[in-house]
Ligand binder design. Structure first.
Ligand SMILES: [Fe+2]
Length: 294
């Protein structure tokens, strides 16, 4: 039976995931019943987009706290005035550089407790370009054969903070000035194990949990041995049928579930300024289908 909502309007945006949420002003933290409906929509659609919101940094932070404790991401500079907010800014003169999130990934999956999700708010948005793609890792998992699912259910994979550590940073990487990512931190080379298939703590559904930025190899296998299957999974997970695409406008707020989606920030707006504010909600240890946290 389709879910019904009293306090919000929910319009799915693609077959696999994503919904636009209307009928609610987020400038004051919503009442508990409305939060409960937003949570329900979040569980049903994994990525929510709210339009035409007017949020100060304080209002943005208050909204984020409705969904759990906020957390700060390592290796990335946060705002001096608002240490729980990352300003994702690319200036108009920053051309041919790498931007934050310009590859398919799940945020900071190399942490022992990767973030639950993020609330990304568009402040200055170019007239076109700078969309964000999302992929449903539920859909990716469910489309695999029973044999592949059964095999992956019992596997774990090693994740590391490659872009921030000593071993994996591309030599010629240039990123936008505002991001100020910390590089060459040996602590980021530390390896964390996560189940390849993650059981979502709220929905109980199984989602693939590997991504091309942070997942290095399967547990007890070499990188070379792991590569063919990882490459297959990375490509499998981003088939167009498993994705949705968010087009931003000033005042758009997206909220995504980092445990069952990947995302990709399209860097196609050279010459145009774009400013987003991101806050991050803390997550929990990953749990696989056959055992507790790997
Ligand atoms: Fe990201």
């Amino acid at each position: 039976m389709a879910t019904t909502y009293q306090r919000i309007k929910v319009a799915p945006m693609a077959g696999a995931l994503g919904a636009e949420i209307g009928g609610i002003d987020l400038s004051r933290p919503p009442e508990p019943a409305a939060i409960a409906e937003i949570r329900r929509a979040f569980h049903d659609h994994q990525v929510l987009m709210f339009r035409d919101q007017k949020l100060s940094p304080e209002q943005h932070l208050a909204l984020g706290r409705c969904f759990g404790p906020l957390t700060r991401s390592p290796y990335v500079k946060h705002m001096d005035a608002y240490p729980d907010i990352i300003a994702v800014l690319k200036e108009a003169d920053e051309n041919k550089i790498s931007t934050f999130g310009n590859a398919w990934h799940s945020d900071f999956s190399f942490l022992e407790e990767p973030p639950m999700g993020s609330l990304l708010y568009g402040r200055e948005i170019p007239s076109h370009g700078g969309d964000t793609l999302f992929a449903s890792m539920y859909a990716a998992y469910e489309a695999l054969s029973p044999g592949m699912r059964a095999m992956l259910d019992g596997m774990s994979a090693v994740h590391t903070g490659k872009p921030y550590g000593v071993q994996g940073v591309p030599k010629d990487l240039r990123v936008s000035r505002s991001i100020q990512m910390e590089r060459n931190n040996p602590a980021a080379d530390r390896e964390t194990l996560h189940p390849v298939v993650r059981v979502h703590p709220d929905t109980g559904r199984k989602a693939l949990f590997v991504n091309a930025i942070y997942t290095q190899r399967f547990e007890n296998m070499t990188a070379a041995e792991s590569k063919p299957l990882l490459d297959f999974l990375f490509a499998h997970a981003i088939q167009p049928e498993f994705t949705c695409r968010l087009r931003w406008a000033p005042g758009s707020l997206a909220m995504w579930d980092n445990r069952c989606t990947m995302h990709y920030a399209i860097n196609d707006y050279d010459g145009r300024r774009r400013l987003m504010h991101r806050i991050t909600v803390a997550g929990e240890r990953s749990v696989g289908p056959r055992r507790n946290a790997a």
